[in-house]
Design a protein around this ligand. Structure first.
Ligand SMILES: N[C@@H](CCC(=O)N[C@@H](CS)C(=O)NCC(=O)O)C(=O)O
Length: 207
């Protein structure tokens, strides 16, 4: 299999971290340079018509895009360690936590960075800086809610590490680099403690 990834990009990092947590070896990693618009070439669009990374090319030539869908595929193929739940109830609750991380943290961070940061001007045209800033403010409100969750439980979905922690961690690391956002400095100590704990995992070093 081949995994198409891009440097500094949070979604490819989610999948790379998931693979590292699973200890899967043998997936070839191919870097698609977003700043050089390599994801918009005909060759890459033939693999993923949405022109986004990551994408996982299977050995039979089919291509799977969307980070969560790629994780679902890998979870099925490499069930241990389990990261997405066992049985319908746990699967549903972990999916809820993961979607919250994706929609209420990652999306706001991505919109803020894409619309305010000069480095993203090549990817996001036109940029709407006011929209970007308001997305950053809404993300902060959401981060406060996540801080409350982590005051009560060690991981986003409850008592154990799951895909939801991967999504939220990759989102916050992106914000740390490009928004200079640090939960502790924003008065969110539980989110900061959780982030520092996740950063200790070997999979967090994979980028
Ligand atoms: N919903 C997709 C989002 C993928 C995505 O937005 N990828 C970014 C990198 S993090 C990208 O390829 N951006 C290129 C662009 O927007 O032109 C997923 O979950 O994988």
């Amino acid at each position: 299999m081949k995994l198409y990834v891009s440097s500094y990009a949070p979604n490819p990092r989610r999948v790379a971290m998931f693979i590292a947590e699973k200890g899967i070896s043998g997936i070839e990693s191919i870097t698609v340079d977003l700043s050089a618009n390599e994801h918009k070439t005909d060759d890459y669009r033939a693999k993923n018509p949405m022109a986004k990374t990551p994408a996982l090319e299977l050995d039979d030539g089919r291509v799977l895009a969307e980070s969560r869908a790629i994780c679902t595929y890998l979870e099925g193929r490499y069930p241990e360690p389990n990261l997405m739940g066992v049985g319908f109830e746990e699967i549903a609750f972990i999916e809820m936590a993961d979607r919250r991380a994706e929609m209420h943290l990652l999306l706001g961070i991505a919109n803020c960075v894409r619309h305010t940061h000069p480095a993203l001007a090549g990817l996001e045209q036109p940029q709407f800086p006011e929209f970007g800033s308001s997305q950053g403010e809404k993300m902060l409100e959401n981060a406060r809610w996540f801080d409350g969750v982590l005051a009560r439980q060690p991981y986003l979905a409850g008592e154990r590490f799951t895909v939801a922690d991967i999504t939220a961690f990759c989102a916050l690391e992106f914000a740390r680099g490009l928004m200079k956002f640090k939960p502790g400095a924003a008065g969110l100590p539980h989110l900061q403690e959780w982030r520092d704990r996740i950063a200790e995992r070997p999979s967090a070093k994979v980028k």
